[in-house]
Design a protein around this ligand. Structure first.
Ligand SMILES: Cc1cc2nc3c(=O)[nH]c(=O)nc-3n(C[C@H](O)[C@H](O)[C@H](O)COP(=O)(O)OP(=O)(O)OC[C@H]3O[C@@H](n4cnc5c(N)ncnc54)[C@H](O)[C@@H]3O)c2cc1C
Length: 507
């Protein structure tokens, strides 16, 4: 610690972003010399959605020492093995985007290339038959792979579904135990230093001022500091992602929870279905230019499997990102930094990614622009990565049954995505290019799942022995199914994990 070290961090907002940041900072920074204060307003509340995640969340849990069973029990969570997409490529189509790889690569040739080659010789089932996570999901089963588990179980990758309110509460418990000070109150203003352009303090409705060296803006869509005070600007992606509204509603759900999210395409958007222990989370994401709010409500409520447990909650948003995630001494995390619709459950990951990058580039009071610029460059890359993957789902479709889908399939797309699609269409080539999210298996799942079959495969796939490849594919497929058949039912596994958590809490 020097005189230049950051001494006071003020987190503005206590939704998922605020409490994820608070819990991580309290665990990973030296709280003996850094005060961390989180301000949240009960009157304003949180967005109240955000209940499906992707596998990197396990790294966040490990980073702050969360016990997985306690976490599931506290958040009424379930496991997620991937997403089932219904009616996306065409009405009546169905495919699974699993977590983890498809099959095994052979002599440096990607598995999907072998699959493409073999499927020219004989009809094969969908590629998700060669995924451990998809095989378990198809049977409603789950088993947690222990470290060092043998193949194919070691290929099972998972994330979680959880109750958003309970998740924030759970993280709050951790953060407060680790020394974070929570202040309840509504911020009505912030003081800007005219000389440095930095935020000096925030002012609460009761007149109290809270000063800080570093402010983390987790205030939701409005961006209380990053936008309302610093006027950072927003880059809209609405022309590529026309959905700008959502309706969310919980419903009753008896029986075993499925270990996957379902996304069903509708005439002007899509509907999510997220199974938790105590209820189903549902929502419709739609384009207000193509569907009225009243019709959206009818679509959502008309497609619930069980009785609605509340009035639908309406949310408006614009796809895009804050031009600078970090501006002056304010770093925005969560909805205040931008938003891409939850089709692949990426927002919570973007919060995690921002936290990890900020810790790696943690400033001192001088706020070296090199650190800030690097943070902004990296966050831009990860946001654009997510953006392209989401646009892919809309672009690669044969649907033309509504103006919405006609618009999506004919719209221009970012050059970065166009390039990727051209490489795929020729010979099924995919390059990860150092990007952190959505590897080959994810792109393959969506591209093949939505009917985008390449014209050819890579030449090295032809060099491998035909009979050996055919035999290996058949054996692999059987091994995934057999392994899945021996797993417990997902609901039973969750119940036993929660019982264990309770038993150790009472011990
Ligand atoms: C329809 C929809 C579905 C989603 N589904 C998913 C999903 O499945 N998976 C996923 O990863 N993400 C999802 N997300 C995104 C996810 O919900 C958010 O990333 C996450 O909840 C973080 O929100 P937040 O904390 O940034 O904002 P919020 O939850 O809005 O929290 C903002 C906080 O700031 C406080 N605040 C605001 N103004 C003031 C003020 N003046 N004074 C004091 N406090 C203030 C509020 O009280 C609140 O505590 C979804 C989002 C939407 C819109």
């Amino acid at each position: 610690m020097t005189d230049r070290s950051i001494r006071k961090i003020v987190i503005v907002g206590g939704g998922t972003a605020g409490w994820m940041a608070a819990a991580a900072f309290a665990r990973l920074l030296d709280v003996r010399s850094i005060d961390i204060t989180l301000i949240e307003s009960d009157e304003i509340g949180t967005v109240g959605v955000g209940e499906a995640t992707i596998p990197p969340i396990i790294a966040y849990n490990n980073m702050i020492g969360i016990n997985e069973d306690e976490f599931l029990a506290a958040t009424r969570g379930t496991f997620k093995l991937g997403i089932e997409f219904v009616d996306w490529g065409a009405v009546g189509d169905r495919y699974f985007h699993p977590f983890g790889p498809h099959g095994q690569d052979f002599q440096g040739v990607h598995f999907h290339q072998l699959y493409l080659r073999e499927s020219r010789r004989r009809e094969l089932p969908a590629i998700d038959h060669w995924s451990m996570s998809a095989a378990a999901a198809a049977l409603g089963r789950y088993a947690r792979p222990a470290p060092g588990a043998p193949l194919p179980l070691s290929q099972l990758a998972y994330a979680f579904h959880f109750d958003a309110g309970l998740y924030a509460q759970f993280l709050r418990g951790i953060a407060e135990r680790d020394g974070v000070l929570r202040v309840e109150g509504k911020i009505v203003d912030a003081t800007l230093d005219g000389h440095s352009g930095k935020v000096g303090d925030v002012v609460l409705a009761n007149g109290r001022k809270i000063a800080g060296d570093l402010f983390i803006d987790c205030s939701g869509f409005r961006g209380l500091l990053i936008e309302e005070k610093l006027k950072t600007g927003y880059e809209s992606w609405n022309h590529w992602l026309p959905c700008d509204r959502a309706l969310a509603v919980p419903s009753r759900y008896p029986g075993q929870p499925d270990p996957f999210t379902r996304s069903t395409a509708r005439s002007a958007g899509w509907q999510w279905r997220i199974p938790l222990q105590h209820r189903m989370g549902n929502g419709l994401v739609y384009s207000s230019a193509h569907l009225s709010d009243a019709d959206a409500q009818e679509v959502l409520l008309g497609n619930l499997e069980g009785e609605a447990l509340a009035e639908p909650r309406r949310l408006s948003f614009q796809a895009g990102r804050r031009r600078l995630a970090w501006n002056a001494n304010v770093v925005s995390l969560g909805l205040s930094s931008g938003f891409v619709e939850p089709l692949e459950s990426t927002s919570i990951h973007l919060i995690q990614s921002g936290i990890v990058k900020l810790l790696a580039l943690f400033p001192d009071k001088r706020f070296n622009p090199v650190e800030r610029d690097e943070y902004n460059r990296q966050m831009q890359e990860v946001f654009e990565d997510v953006r392209d993957f989401i646009i892919l789902h809309y672009k690669v479709t044969r649907r033309d049954d509504s103006d919405f889908w006609k618009h999506c399939r004919t719209m221009d797309i970012p050059d970065s995505l166009e390039r990727k699609l051209e490489l795929w269409r020729a010979k099924g080539r995919l390059f990860r290019e150092g990007r952190e999210l959505f590897g080959t298996a994810s792109w393959v799942a969506v591209l093949l799942g939505q009917g985008e079959i390449p014209d050819d495969h890579e030449p090295p796939a032809d060099a491998l022995d035909e009979a050996m490849i055919a035999d290996a594919l058949d054996k692999m497929r059987v091994s995934y199914r057999r392994m899945a058949e021996h797993m417990p039912m997902h609901g039973d596994f969750v119940a036993s994990a929660c019982a264990q958590a309770e038993a150790s809490a009472n011990a």
